[in-house]
Ligand binder design. Structure first.
Ligand code: ZN
Length: 168
């Protein structure tokens, strides 16, 4: 069983699920420039997987260099040559009109990024109650502590804290 299958597999019998994953770009963040082994920048993308295990293709911009990626599988993408933006992709402001305002405000408050808004919208639209998403986390040496948002029901959300041992 692949790790992203653990969530919401049976939701409404449609087996659609969403996953946030990282794709690699060809750009290198300034702090890694000039290193012997280049560390390519990775950015997160939210993708939907249908009931035949197919990842629905989507286009996303790198959050560092703006390169357009065709994301065709989990953690896999190819750069679309000759494009430097996707005007049709959703922006954070767009979600103001499609999700409850308290949910939107909460995600803004925690400085969440576009894929988080997409994930929240997907969870809400598909009424995947009891699903959670991470709002914040910090590494405290022996433990990681953070907060999660639980989708309890329409118009009902709950913020919970978690603490677990750091894995080595
Ligand atoms: Zn990039």
């Amino acid at each position: 069983m692949r790790w992203w299958k653990q969530h919401n597999q049976n939701y409404q019998g449609r087996y659609m699920r969403g996953v946030k994953h990282l794709v690699q770009c060809h750009c290198i963040l300034p702090q890694y420039k000039g290193k012997k082994d280049p560390v390519f920048h990775k950015f997160s993308v939210f993708s939907v997987i249908d009931n035949s295990d197919t990842v629905l293709v989507k286009f996303a911009e790198c959050n560092s260099c703006g390169a357009v990626h065709k994301v065709y599988d989990i953690c896999k993408s190819e750069i679309v040559v000759g494009r430097d933006e996707v005007k049709s992709s959703l922006k954070i402001e767009d979600f103001k009109y499609s999700m409850p305002s308290q949910l939107f405000e909460l995600l803004i408050q925690y400085n969440k990024e576009l894929p988080d808004f997409e994930q929240a919208q997907f969870t809400f639209d598909n009424e995947m109650w009891e699903s959670t998403m991470v709002l914040s986390r910090e590494d405290l040496g022996t433990h990681v502590q953070g907060k999660i948002l639980r989708f309890v029901g329409k118009e009902k959300f709950r913020i919970e804290s978690f603490t677990h041992k750091t894995e080595f």
